[in-house]
Design a protein around this ligand. Structure first.
Ligand code: SAH
Ligand code: SF4
Ligand code: F3S
Length: 481
């Protein structure tokens, strides 16, 4: 639907579902590298961000990255468990890695991330050619497990931690376009949405030292980044207490601290939980021009009855009140969502409520999925997965259709407006056109002008739209909408 979406994952944009594992390559690393690793990442942006931490740990061990799986001494896959399909993708990829390993004896295979955490040692039993299984909180142990694996000892570390934030590790940004990058500000999740496996795979919520976040932002800006996305499963519940003073930092305060590093650099964040986003955050977005006017606020369902079964802790009305408050405080803000079709016991009536909330809340886009039961979750234990697959699919396609219309309606209102756009690169369709995004996270394509390049900010006036893209041309005089 969004033809110009970037290949980098939004926190909720599961790349695995599009079968686009991302591969890092690095010949720029100035370390004495005598070994090579190949890494593929699946799942959410937190996983991609973790792969950059792993890359940093590996660099210190004398590993450089390669895009050629066949020339790697170590093949790593950072995995996702969010839906059955995500795990299937990884299982298929393991077959491919195994065939490489059979041809090149001595190649080590490591499984990282959420699926490693969920399946633990079972991985070594099920997948005979896997050498290392490492959960999201155990990456510092990679050098030890690598040393053991090279002696033929296969190893597992899936210990979850209450403290680990990798705060002191400076990620190696290998995949990046050098324009937009992520900073993890917290790990884990203390919510217990009944459908969700994340609290089991990523453990308890913990917030990272605010000053290490600001320092990382500063480093990225020095390196030329123009847009920074703060990442967490539930960013609004970020809370850091300085152990050396009485100081406490909330998410709104953190946003402002990062926004102040350089007012010319855009700040985004993901993901917000409707129950936790507060007015303090909304005022920060309103008051700082470089904090983007865009909130990803997953609703999951439009039915209060289903929301209760999902343990989302809000009702339809409460969600819509929150949305109203956002539009009141930040009139030019856009909102996007995540939606699940066919959760346990969902009726046609519940489904209709989901369709109508898309338009009522005016979502500019949604990441939409059909419910996939995950072992061990509250829903798997308590409720029966009783909506037939075909019904889930049909409802999902109806949701997609209504969302496309809602996106189009929102885009139509932008015709004639001028937006500041950060150029990200060539448009997918034409080398003659650039694509970028406005503060509201909408993709805009426009004809190139000489002298401009990715990373530049320009003002673009919107002339036409589709449901996924604004189309316009550069104007000199900013008349900001
Ligand atoms: N922390 C974020 C989302 C993390 S998972 C939040 O709370 O919004 C990303 C999205 O995957 C979720 O928002 C949800 O829509 C979807 N999801 C999670 N578990 C799922 C499941 N079992 N089946 C289908 N979709 C699921
Ligand atoms: Fe999962 Fe809910 Fe936590 Fe999001 S807030 S990661 S959906 S448990
Ligand atoms: Fe992310 Fe998937 Fe884990 S969505 S937190 S990688 S289960």
């Amino acid at each position: 639907m969004y033809d110009d979406n970037p290949t980098i994952a939004n926190l909720n944009n599961d790349i695995d579902e599009r079968l686009q594992g991302q591969v890092y390559d690095d010949n720029k690393l100035h370390v004495k590298a005598d070994k090579r690793y190949y890494i593929e990442s699946y799942g959410c942006a937190m996983n991609f961000s973790d792969s950059e931490i792993v890359a940093s740990i590996l660099a210190k061990e004398g590993y450089a990255s390669t895009k050629e799986m066949t020339e790697a001494d170590l093949i790593l896959v950072n995995t996702c468990s969010i839906r059955e399909k995500a795990e299937e993708t990884v299982r298929n990829r393991l077959q491919v890695y195994n065939s490489v390993k059979k041809k090149k004896k001595g190649t080590l295979i490591g499984v990282l991330g959420c699926m490693a955490e969920r399946l633990k040692a079972k991985f070594l039993e099920q997948e005979k050619l896997v050498d290392i299984v490492l959960g999201p909180d155990a990456y510092r142990d990679l050098p030890r497990l690598l040393a053991n694996a090279s002696k033929g000892e296969r190893g597992v570390n899936v210990l979850l931690s209450r403290e680990e934030t990798y705060a002191d590790i400076s990620p190696v940004r290998l995949d990046s376009n050098g324009i937009s990058g992520y900073i993890s500000i917290m790990r884990g999740c203390d919510n217990m949405c009944s459908f969700c496996v994340v609290p089991f795979t990523r453990g308890r919520e913990r917030s990272r030292d605010a000053y290490t976040i600001v320092a990382e932002a500063d480093e990225m800006i020095q390196a030329g980044y123009k847009e920074i996305t703060l990442l967490g499963q539930n960013v609004d519940s970020y809370k850091w207490s300085n152990p050396e003073s009485e100081e406490k930092v909330t998410f709104a305060q953190l946003l402002v601290m990062v926004a102040k590093v350089n007012p010319k650099v855009r700040i985004r964040f993901s993901t917000s939980h409707p129950k936790d986003i507060d007015e303090e955050v909304m005022y920060a977005i309103r008051d700082y021009e470089n904090i983007c006017k865009y909130i990803h606020l997953p609703v999951q369902s439009g039915s209060s009855r289903i929301l209760e079964l999902m343990n989302r802790t809000y009702t339809r009305e409460w969600y819509l009140d929150k949305v109203k408050k956002i539009y009141e405080i930040i009139p030019d803000c856009t909102i996007s969502s995540d939606i699940i079709s066919g959760f346990c016991t969902e009726t046609e009536e519940d489904h209709q409520e989901t369709l109508s909330i898309i338009e009522e809340a005016n979502f500019i886009m949604s990441y939409m999925y059909h419910y996939s039961e995950r072992p061990g979750t509250l829903a798997a234990r308590k409720y029966s997965d009783d909506v037939p697959h075909k019904t889930k699919q049909r409802r999902l396609s109806e949701i997609i259709k209504v969302q496309a219309q809602s996106s189009l309606n929102s885009n139509l209102k932008d015709i004639g407006k001028t937006f500041e756009v950060l150029i990200e690169g060539d448009s997918k369709k034409s080398k003659e056109q650039f694509k970028g995004r406005n503060s509201q996270y909408k993709v805009i394509v426009f004809p190139k002008h000489p002298g401009l390049s990715p990373g530049d900010f320009v003002f673009v006036k919107v002339e036409q739209v589709t449901s996924g893209t604004l189309i316009g041309s550069i104007v000199d005089q900013p008349t900001l909408a």
